[in-house]
Design a protein around this ligand. Structure first.
Ligand SMILES: *[C@@H]1O[C@H](CO)[C@@H](O)[C@H](O)[C@H]1NC(C)=O
Ligand SMILES: *[C@@H]1O[C@H](CO)[C@@H](O)[C@H](O)[C@H]1NC(C)=O
Ligand SMILES: *[C@@H]1O[C@H](CO)[C@@H](O)[C@H](O)[C@H]1NC(C)=O
Ligand SMILES: *[C@@H]1O[C@H](CO)[C@@H](O)[C@H](O)[C@H]1NC(C)=O
Ligand SMILES: *[C@@H]1O[C@H](CO)[C@@H](O)[C@H](O)[C@H]1NC(C)=O
Ligand SMILES: *[C@@H]1O[C@H](CO)[C@@H](O)[C@H](O)[C@H]1NC(C)=O
Ligand SMILES: *[C@@H]1O[C@H](CO)[C@@H](O)[C@H](O)[C@H]1NC(C)=O
Ligand SMILES: *[C@@H]1O[C@H](CO)[C@@H](O)[C@H](O)[C@H]1NC(C)=O
Ligand SMILES: *[C@@H]1O[C@H](CO)[C@@H](O)[C@H](O)[C@H]1NC(C)=O
Ligand SMILES: *[C@@H]1O[C@H](CO)[C@@H](O)[C@H](O)[C@H]1NC(C)=O
Ligand SMILES: *[C@@H]1O[C@H](CO)[C@@H](O)[C@H](O)[C@H]1NC(C)=O
Ligand SMILES: *[C@@H]1O[C@H](CO)[C@@H](O)[C@H](O)[C@H]1NC(C)=O
Length: 682
């Protein structure tokens, strides 16, 4: 998602810059030697501890004169790609930087000119042009200077892949200049993050916690790097800004799982989880760890104690963010400066947060990506997905991120090895489960009807109405025809065994040892279950039996409900709603005791389990898709507000990429659209 360059328009903007430039104002030095400063009305962090490069200055100019005795000042590294650097080429290059949200013309106090071309020529008119922009000092790569640039400071050559173009904080000492990367500090006004983070830059692959908050309300500040740093980076995710659920290890940071007690007994992660290391390898970066229901539970907003529940920008600003990956869906709905958020889904935790925030979010097929280095919930029901506002960007990310080398082994999933074709063998049938649809709010139903009509006409699909619950109950095999028993029995074991072994037991025993037999202070969602955990019932043998029972259910499902044919990876796509069917669900419990509002995770009358429980059992892929919005009268603002309407699309395990291809076609046809940030999705 590199920002496009419209140099013609922007050229005018740059040449018309006011010459009065904002003065830099230092706010604080952090204990880890990063500094925070203000420039114009924007606050920045500069990683002065580990600058991108330190270059020696040569020649006999008085370095301290130009900086007015200051040792730190803003600088723009300009990367030229022409063989002859002229006023026009510099003007076009600098003009193109205005599309970035981190760089501002205030960084033109000084300029370093580097070139991606060997021995380029540079005329003195170029320097005159910089002077006209009120650039106080120009630093020139010695390769460019040719020894005849009295108005500039000559430096050693910079490697432009080590020091990419963009805004920096220059730090002067003796005859050398350090270039510290800068991050714009965005306010997390919806309090969706635990803390911001940035690459330590020490060569270790560590990340550093920004630990910065605004006075008054204590909103975390999230450090966001300039997109210019990635302009010359050919990797597919170059410059993507990604938020990570605080369940995934990032090297150098403590993974809290949303629990201060767990954070207390844990050391910083010594490696980044392979699933999210892949995002770094593809060129993306992590800007913060976001809030989650403690230990990825399904706790309601009013059941959170250890963290302050995050806010949803939609509607009245008082709606639920749902449970486990709540900060992810809500931050994607809130902030244009954020591109993606990564979360996990065991029972609903990507899909329902996406539904209530009106964003795209997926539960992939079981086994799609390794969860090593991630606090587990159900070892064989956990999955990792991505939130996005844009159907194309969502599909692009997912199709690069999920890669066969990171598939989980059958030993983890208990299921057959995963095969993920990437073709246009779309479903032929739209399964319409009459026990889960229509939508609860009749005002939302026309939006779904239009979608179904659009899918039918675009792809020639036929709609098949069926009763999901009755279909399961009609199975001949007694091992698979009781979905309630499967959900409570084997899935119950799967969803508690791994987390107890890896997290619960070590926390409870360590806490008791440290604090005279005390039980750790944790939210109510896990307290009773861990207090009374029965290792005899939930044994390793029981766990492996549960995996076999789940596998039998998956094999039945892929034979009788959603199966492959010669033409289609998944012969059907099943629709249902994991959200509220177009009703508001508030973060405040009492407000949901109202026929015009809804709690979450309701099992519809006549259905045996929630719709959310289908894919955790059958291993299928389940995507939440925003399709519209309907009005409601808010019990908080006493004003009409809009609530998102979403639908879930389910396909057979392994058909994730085919479903993404279908979603791109729906977007091509204008049926699906990118959602906006803020109060309304559309
Ligand atoms: C040029 O910039 C300097 C430093 O920011 C400032 O003091 C000066 O007033 C500016 N000159 C003009 C003509 O704006
Ligand atoms: C910050 O300053 C810019 C340029 O002067 C202005 O366009 C923008 O509205 C200001 N933003 C805020 C939040 O004050
Ligand atoms: C040089 O950079 C400009 C913008 O900075 C870009 O539009 C152009 O494609 C680049 N040319 C080459 C040859 O890379
Ligand atoms: C520039 O740095 C990159 C990355 O470290 C390296 O691969 C490349 O060889 C360097 N180029 C030069 C000319 O030193
Ligand atoms: C990186 O983080 C790990 C874990 O906190 C720590 O042990 C290590 O010292 C850090 N490395 C550097 C170079 O700071
Ligand atoms: C990281 O820590 C784990 C224990 O928490 C240990 O088993 C592993 O060897 C360590 N890895 C590295 C690279 O230090
Ligand atoms: C998977 O294999 C590993 C190593 O072979 C083993 O330790 C683990 O117990 C197995 N997991 C299950 C669920 O059988
Ligand atoms: C989708 O359905 C709406 C409402 O029926 C209709 O207006 C629109 O033309 C359809 N779009 C496509 C691409 O079929
Ligand atoms: C634990 O489970 C076993 C096996 O189901 C059962 O016999 C035992 O009574 C349970 N223990 C407790 C304390 O409930
Ligand atoms: C539909 O909404 C009502 C509140 O109006 C709620 O009681 C009911 O549980 C909801 N049903 C479903 C299936 O969400
Ligand atoms: C629910 O909404 C309807 C229609 O807007 C309204 O007439 C009714 O008073 C509302 N009920 C409550 C309890 O707010
Ligand atoms: C679906 O089937 C179940 C089980 O037979 C039944 O209880 C329920 O009423 C049916 N629902 C609908 C909408 O037909």
């Amino acid at each position: 998602m590199k920002t496009g360059i419209t140099s013609v328009l922007l050229l005018g903007a740059v040449t018309a810059l006011p010459l009065k430039r904002s003065e830099i104002s230092f706010l604080k030095s952090k204990t880890d030697d990063a500094v925070v400063f203000q420039l114009g009305n924007i606050t920045y962090l500069a990683n002065t501890k580990y600058p991108k490069a330190t270059i020696s200055l040569t020649g006999d100019r008085n370095f301290h004169a130009f900086s007015g005795g200051r040792t730190s000042f803003p600088i723009t590294v300009v990367s030229s790609n022409t063989s002859s650097i002229t006023q026009q080429s510099l003007s076009a290059t600098i003009g193109s930087y205005a599309s970035d949200d981190v760089w501002t013309p205030d960084f033109l106090e000084s300029v370093y000119i580097s070139s991606t071309v060997a021995s380029p020529g540079m005329g003195s008119a170029a320097l005159t042009y910089l002077a006209s922009l009120n650039v106080t000092e120009t630093f020139l790569d010695s390769a460019l200077a040719g020894g005849r640039m009295p108005a500039a400071t000559i430096c050693n050559s910079l490697n432009s892949s080590v020091v990419p173009p963009g805004p920096y904080l220059a730090v002067l000492s003796d005859a050398s200049l350090s270039l510290a990367p800068v991050y714009r500090l965005y306010e997390d006004t919806y309090r969706d993050f635990l803390f911001g983070t940035y690459e330590s830059g020490d060569g270790s692959g560590n990340f550093t916690s920004a630990d910065l908050a605004l006075p008054n309300f204590g909103y975390p500040l999230i450090p966001v790097p300039s997109r210019l740093y990635y302009w010359n980076d050919p990797r597919p995710f170059a410059g993507f800004r990604v938020a990570i659920k605080d369940l995934f290890d990032i090297k150098g940071l403590v993974t809290s799982g949303g629990s201060q007690a767990w954070a207390y007994i844990s050391s910083p992660a010594n490696a980044t989880a392979p699933s999210i290391q892949r995002i770094l390898d593809l060129g993306g970066t992590f800007v913060g760890k976001y809030k989650l229901a403690q230990f990825a539970s399904g706790a309601n907003p009013w059941e959170w104690q250890d963290e302050h529940y995050p806010f949803n920008p939609r509607g009245d600003g008082w709606l639920t963010c749902s449970a486990s990956s709540s900060g992810g869906g809500c931050s994607i709905a809130a902030y244009d400066w954020l591109d993606y958020a990564i979360g996990s889904d065991t029972g609903s935790s990507m899909r329902r947060p996406a539904a209530v925030s009106g964003t795209y979010g997926n539960r992939p097929s079981q086994g799609m990506i390794t969860l090593d280095g991630v606090i587990p919930l159900g070892g064989a029901t956990d999955t990792a997905g991505v939130f996005s506002r844009d159907p194309y960007k969502w599909a692009y990310f997912a199709k690069q991120w999920y890669t066969p080398s990171l598939h989980q082994s059958s030993n983890v999933t208990g299921l057959a090895a995963l095969s993920v074709p990437d073709n246009d063998g779309f479903p032929k049938t739209i399964l319409f489960p009459t026990d889960y649809l229509p939508l609860n709010n009749s005002a939302a139903e026309p939006i779904l009807d239009a979608l179904i009509a659009n899918m039918s006409s675009l792809f020639g699909m036929t709609v098949k109405r069926f009763n999901f619950t009755a279909t399961v109950q009609a199975a001949v095999n007694p091992a698979v025809n009781n979905i309630v028993a499967l959900n409570n029995g084997p899935l119950g074991i799967i969803n508690s065994y791994t987390q107890w072994e890896v997290i619960g037991k070590p926390l409870v025993t360590t806490w008791a040892r440290l604090f005279d037999g005390r039980f750790p202070p944790i939210d109510s969602a896990r307290r009773a279950g861990w207090r009374a955990y029965n290792e005899t019932r939930n044994s390793f043998t029981a766990y492996n039996n549960a995996l076999e029972q789940k596998n039998a259910a998956v094999e039945w499902y892929e034979t009788y409900v959603q199966y492959s044919t010669a033409d289609s990876c998944s012969e059907s796509v099943m629709l249902y709603d994991i959200g509220t069917g177009g009703l508001p669900s508030y973060r405040e419990q009492n407000l949901n005791n109202n026929p015009n509002a809804s709690f979450l995770a309701i099992t519809p009358k006549g259905a045996a389990v929630t719709g959310a429980s289908i894919c955790p059992l059958y291993g299928c892929a389940d995507y939440t898709i925003p399709i519209g919005q309907v009005p409601y009268y808010s019990q908080v603002t006493y004003h009409t507000e809009m609530v998102p309407v979403t639908i879930n699309m389910v396909v057979k395990r392994g058909c994730d990429f085919v479903l993404f291809n279908m979603i791109e076609r729906l977007a091509d046809a204008g049926v699906l659209k990118a959602v906006k940030t803020g109060t309304t999705a559309f």
